[in-house]
Structures are given as C-alpha cells and as structure tokens.
Design a protein around this ligand. Structure first.
Ligand SMILES: *Cc1c(COP(=O)(O)O)cnc(C)c1O
Length: 468
C-alpha cells in the first residue's frame, strides 16, 4: 500500500467525517494531507492541490504563513490559554481594540465564542435577552431569508434554510419567520441586481410590519448566501433593511462569518451598504484560517441593557470554555497585521478582475446559467436547461464530477451542488487563477456532457445542495 492508502485506511477505521455520507468513501478516495504551503496542500505522496476554496473559506493568507506561524509561536512561549471569566490577557485586549477600530462605527463591544455557529447562538440569545431586559419578553422570534445558512447548532439551523442541512432536524427547530431571499440569480431577465434587490425588499417590509412586535432580530448573510450556493444580492437591500429595522424596533444581525475580512471586496460587507448592524458575527478568516474562534460585536446600547447589579439577573451568563483563546487571538492579530501592511483589500481588486476575465467565456457554455461574482467570490451555476434555468436533479451530483476532475488536475474545487466556485486565498497569483479557470472549464465540460443515470425519485429537498 502507498502512504496515502495507509493513512486513508487508518482514518476510515476510526473517523466519522463532517458533512459526509461515509459510504461515499468506498469509491471516493479520502485525501490525507501532510503539509501546506501557500495556496498548496500536499499529500503523503507529494501530490499537490491548489486550495481554491480556502479550506472551507477560512484561509486567506495561505497555509503555513510565516508571519502567522511566528506570532502563534511567540504567543505559545508566553501563554497558551487562560479562562476569560475573571481573567484577561494581552492578545484578547489588543484584538478587541482592533476589531472595534476596523468595524463600522458603533460596534464598541466584543464577545467571543469558539466557532461560527456558537457565535450565531450568542447573537440570537443576546438579542432576545436585550428585549427581555427592556421588559419586552414577547420579542422572541427571528426573521431570516430563504436559502440562508447560519451554522449547524440547533438555533443556528433554525434561522437557516438550506434543506439539506436542516430538513432532517425539523422537529427540533425554533419557529422562525422566513422571507424570500433577494437572490439575484432569480431576477427576471433585463432587471439589474439593484432593482431586483429593491423589489424583493417589499416582502421584508411587509413581514416586519406584521410581526415586529414579536420579533427580536432579522438575521442575514450580507451580499452572499454562501452555503446556499453562493447566491448574491445588491447592498441596497441591506441599506433598506437597516432603515426598516430602526423604524420597527428590531435588531439587525449580520452574519459575516463567511464574507467578513475582504471576501466581498471590502473588509466587511456592511461597508458597501454604509450601515452598522446591531450585531456583527465574525469567524472563519478571523484567524487567517488557523484556529477556531468567533467574535460577536455589538453596540454600547445593547451592552448597557445588561449592565446592572448582579441580583437583577440581567447579565449575559453565556460562556464557551475556550472563549478568547490566546493562540487564536495571536493568529487573528497577525492576520489583521497582514491586511494592514500588505494593502490587501486594494490589491485584491486586480485578482478579482482576473477571476472575472478568466471565467467570462463560461457564461456562453450551454450548461452554465450564470457566472456571478462579488469581490473575491466567484460562482458558476451549472444547469440542465439554460433558457429555463432548470437545475440538474441533485441526485445526479454533477458538481462531484467537477470535483473529481479537478483533483486529477491538482486543484481542490469542492462545489456546492451544481455550483462550482472560487473562494481562493488572497495570496493566489493571476496565473494560478487562470489555471483554476481552465480546470473548472474542463470539469464543467465533462460533468455536463452526458446524461447521468440515477433513479430520480420525488425530490424531498427542493433546495437540496449536495455538498459534493
Ligand atoms: C460557516 C458558516 C457558519 C458556521 O460557522 P462554523 O464555524 O462552521 O460553525 C455560519 N454562518 C455562515 C454564513 C457560514 O458560512
């Protein structure tokens, strides 16, 4: 057996992998990774893979980044961890100061969790608890957009709407209010993103008018609905939403776990709408993709509603054991240094333009309904029938065929159902972008060339997204 095969067998003996039907691995090889270097991952036999999806959207400055490595090493020599209740430490204070500084004005308090889903739970609980502390216990529901994704814990799933991840657990979920997404893939022909996003806001306005009295917050993924297939919309929707939330007395939660830290072309997506949400949830790229951590930023107004004598029981008694872990904070501080020192947001403009030009021709492909882009995220939607945008049956797993082809060409291009996308680390080169575009084009040709024979039974999950 080769080295990869050894590790694969040992893995399959004991592991249960995330978001995976383990039986797939009877035919689909697992890829054991030995080391990483920049945009490259390398297996145990020396084969390399270009990480086009930033290892699930976290890695922005490459694997094994020397500056982040060094900062973590230095921190390791000082302090690996201390509990954050009753105690504090230098990296968490510095990181909080910097997050307050670089996020939109008004977000002056930082609460930490240790992964994105937990960060969402914090925002949901804090919002409802704020209203409790204001003697408005009836404000306990949440408004969310269709096709949203906010994580895998039960409350986070409740405000999500990607059936693949939530339908099974329906019996466990909170009762939330769903409003049709401004998703511009679904706009009528000849209508601009801005017009469509404005039009779609009418449903949100109406829902707020009807339900504001019982609603704590509206939660959205700003500009890009990631796990829902990289569906995108115009910032005007967020501007209108901010104004309406103020008018109706409802919090606005921005889940920028995936889009924060430059992905949409600005450091944070809310900048493009010129607004400040009441809660901003950050994770994923926060630590450069090194260590799990989430930050929930909120306003002093929210903070003050909890600030009282202990016996009033108004405090936010929520904690995660690894809250504010010093090593994760050190990785985050190094990440913020790189953003600052390397003029990253500005330099990304050229890379984003290269992603657009390298893939533009795919819009003419007979089985590509759309090539869409927001900043450093670009998605290619494969369809069975282009004029009617009829999707492929999810059981056909067309995206998986692209994934498998890409692996043979040394690229990690893990699609979302029939959506092939690039969400590369910002240290990718223009040549590497061209290479990815070439591999994606080949993969899409192969995946769409022939009929796939699957027994397509009743579609249980209308917006089912095969994770590939
Ligand atoms: C990944 C993601 C989450 C969940 O974060 P985890 O760290 O995986 O729990 C929540 N919201 C969005 C938009 C995400 O992309």
């Amino acid at each position: 057996m080769g080295l990869n095969a050894d590790w694969m067998q040992r893995d399959l003996n004991v592991l249960w992998h995330p978001c995976t039907q383990m039986k797939d691995h009877e035919t689909l090889p697992l890829i054991p990774i030995k080391r990483g270097d920049g945009v490259w991952l390398e297996d145990f036999e020396g084969k390399r893979y270009l990480d086009a999806v930033s290892s699930w959207w976290v890695n922005v400055f490459g694997h094994g980044n020397p500056r982040i490595n060094q900062r973590i090493r230095d921190q390791l020599d000082q302090l690996e961890h201390v509990m954050l209740a009753g105690f504090t430490h230098q990296p968490v204070i510095e990181l909080s100061e910097r997050l307050v500084q670089i996020t939109p004005p008004g977000l002056d308090r930082v609460f930490y969790a240790d992964n994105g889903s937990s960060g969402i739970e914090v925002a949901l609980k804090m919002s409802h608890h704020y209203w409790l502390n204001q003697d408005q216990p009836q404000k306990k529901r949440f408004i969310t957009l269709t096709n949203s994704y906010h994580g895998e814990t039960v409350a986070a799933m409740s405000v999500g709407d990607v059936a693949l991840f939530t339908a099974t657990y329906k019996a466990l979920l909170l009762d939330t209010i769903k409003v049709p997404s401004p998703d511009c893939y679904l706009r009528p022909e000849g209508i601009s993103w801005e017009e469509h996003s404005r039009t779609m806001f009418a449903a949100m306005e109406q829902t707020l008018a009807e339900h504001a009295h019982e609603v704590a917050a509206v939660i959205v993924e700003p500009l890009i609905q990631g796990a829902g297939g990289m569906r995108m919309y115009h910032p005007v929707y967020l501007t209108l939403l901010r104004e309406a939330c103020n008018r109706y007395g409802v919090h606005l939660i921005h889940d920028e776990i995936a889009v924060g830290f430059g992905r949409t072309g600005t450091m944070f997506a809310c900048e493009q709408a010129g607004i400040t949400p009441d809660f901003l949830v950050l994770s994923k790229a926060l630590t450069g993709g090194y260590l799990p951590m989430a930050a929930v930023l909120t306003t002093n107004e929210v903070y003050q509603a909890f600030y009282d004598d202990y016996a009033t029981l108004r405090a936010f008694l929520h904690s995660h054991t690894y809250t504010g872990n010093p090593l994760a904070c050190a990785a985050a501080l190094a990440t913020l240094d790189i953003f600052e020192q390397d003029n990253v947001i500005e330099n990304n403009k050229a890379l984003a333009a290269r992603m657009a030009s390298a893939t533009a021709h795919l819009a003419d492909h007979p089985h590509v309904a759309e090539v869409r882009q927001t900043g450093m995220a670009l998605a290619i939607e494969m369809v069975q029938d282009k004029p009617s945008k009829t999707p492929y049956a999810w059981q056909e797993r067309r995206g998986l065929a692209v994934y498998q082809h890409a692996l043979t060409r040394s690229a990690l291009l893990r699609p979302l159902g029939s959506v092939v996308y690039f969400l590369p680390p910002y240290v990718i080169t223009p040549q590497q972008i061209d290479f990815l575009a070439e591999v994606a084009a080949e993969g899409i040709d192969l995946a769409t060339r022939s009929a796939v024979s699957v027994s397509v039974s009743a579609d249980l999950y209308p917006n089912h997204r095969d994770p590939g």
